[in-house]
Design a protein around this ligand. Structure first.
Ligand code: S3P
Length: 428
């Protein structure tokens, strides 16, 4: 159990958030496929990214782990070796889905498992396009049951043109990684643009991609040319907790340093700004194909807004914390098209409605695929379950810190993406 007490003053000063989770995974995977040694700086040592390291090591990749700095010696596109045991992706959907794509091209057998949450998450969305490229993936129930096994690929996969039913960077990335070794180009078309870190990093490794609107084409390649180093920007999904806390607690003025502000991830900035938040980007720069900025946030009077559609993939992981901001805003907030929340690390739509209402009764409602938040209702302190979902744990903590306090059951899941979260909150 973890007790979070209400903050007694505004959030002031400098905050540094850990490295971006999505980029950390991709840095490990692509560096493993290059043919030289890559230094990965500001790597996120969260449990999800450690699952990716574990999987790549099981396939013979040498990874020297010096804290948040890694040295990875790539084995080339065809140099991985067959793992001698089942690969454990833990809680990490990104590890499993991206590796399904990457390993579909390999002439060896791989079996994956994961924790209770991952074992019940949908995998057919990746398996279907990979199968149509020629991969063979078998399991008892491919959509909601691990373990699943990728059979050795004895001939090249075929390039495909695939229209994705949902915008998902994980699915898109899996197909692009499989397309790297296909016999012809592969095109993925998304209903809305999702995060494009895979595309940007692949370009940094010398791969050829073409982008047109929501479509991206990858051309097969014989070898990846790794850069000597990759600097992982701070994670905007982790910065989101401080952006919201500083906005809703009076007297706040913080600068969150070195945050990745790739436009496929900045939906939270757009929505918070539309709600009336005072946010500015300072010291904008770019590194490794990614935009970075320091983000200054001052407290403000927020008002409710309505959004959905193409904005959702740009803030998919931030919806719980935006819902917290909305509870402190004047008026109602309506968030449409959030059906994907049901298949995240927990059913986040149900979790928001059930757990958040304990801290402010009657504020949160789900109607179909929409989430409605009635702002400025009565706040209370309560005991809430994180449901072992890191983003629920951190959002509930911010809710309690800005409101009347909270007691969290099963708080340790923050290790997935932000191991030092409680420490930073306690020092605030
Ligand atoms: C991620 C993509 C998103 C996001 C997840 C990380 C990635 O998932 O929710 O936390 O690194 O590609 P979907 O692509 O399934 O929406």
């Amino acid at each position: 159990m973890k007790k979070i007490v209400p903050l007694e003053h505004g959030l002031i000063g400098l905050i540094k958030v850990p490295g971006d989770k999505s980029i950390s995974h991709r840095a490990v995977m692509l560096s493993s496929l290059g043919d030289s040694t890559v230094e990965v700086k500001n790597f996120l040592r969260g449990a999800d990214c450690l699952s990716t390291i574990g999987c790549m090591r099981s396939m013979g990749v040498e990874i020297v782990d010096a804290g948040n700095r890694l040295l990875i010696t790539g084995r080339g596109l065809d140099g991985l070796s067959e793992p001698t045991n089942v690969l454990d992706a833990g809680n990490s959907g990104t590890t499993l889905r991206l590796l399904l794509g990457l390993l579909s091209t390999q002439n060896f057998l791989t079996t994956f498992t994961g924790d209770d949450s991952l074992r019940s998450r949908p995998m057919a969305r990746v398996i279907k396009p990979l199968t149509s490229m020629g991969a063979t993936i078998v399991g008892r129930n491919l959509n909601k049951n691990l373990p699943i096994t990728i059979l050795p690929s004895t001939s090249k996969l075929h390039g495909i043109e695939y229209e994705m039913p949902v915008a998902s960077a994980q699915v898109k990335s899996a197909i692009l990684l499989a397309g790297l070794r296909a016999d012809s180009p592969t095109t993925v078309i998304e209903p809305h643009r999702s995060r494009d870190h895979t595309e940007r990093m692949l370009e940094g490794f010398g791969a050829r991609l073409e982008r047109r609107g929501n479509a991206v084409t990858i051309y097969p390649i014989e070898r990846l040319q790794a850069p000597t180093s990759i600097e992982v920007p701070g994670d905007i999904s982790s910065a989101a907790y401080w952006i919201v806390l500083a906005s809703i607690v009076e007297g706040s003025d913080v600068v969150i340093e070195g945050v990745g502000v790739n436009e496929t991830r900045t939906g939270i900035i757009d929505v918070m700004s539309a709600m009336g938040a005072t946010i500015e980007f300072l010291n904008e720069r770019s590194s490794g194909g990614e935009l970075i900025a320091d983000i200054r946030v001052m407290s403000a009077q927020l008002k409710g807004v309505e959004f959905g559609g193409e904005t959702i993939p740009r803030l998919i992981d931030e919806i719980p914390i935006i819902a917290v901001a909305a509870a402190f805003a004047e008026g109602d907030t309506i968030i449409n098209d959030v059906g994907e929340l049901r298949v995240k690390e927990s059913d986040r739509l149900a979790a928001i409605v059930e757990e958040f209402n304990r801290l402010s009764a009657g504020s949160f409602e789900a109607q179909g695929d929409s989430l409605i938040i009635h702002g400025r209702r009565q706040l209370s302190s309560a005991r809430c379950s994180t449901r072992d979902d890191h983003r629920m744990a951190m959002s509930l903590s911010i809710f309690g810190a800005a409101g009347a306090g909270v007691e969290l059951d099963r708080p340790d899941c923050v290790d997935i993406s932000y191991p030092t979260f409680y420490q930073t909150l306690e020092e605030a």
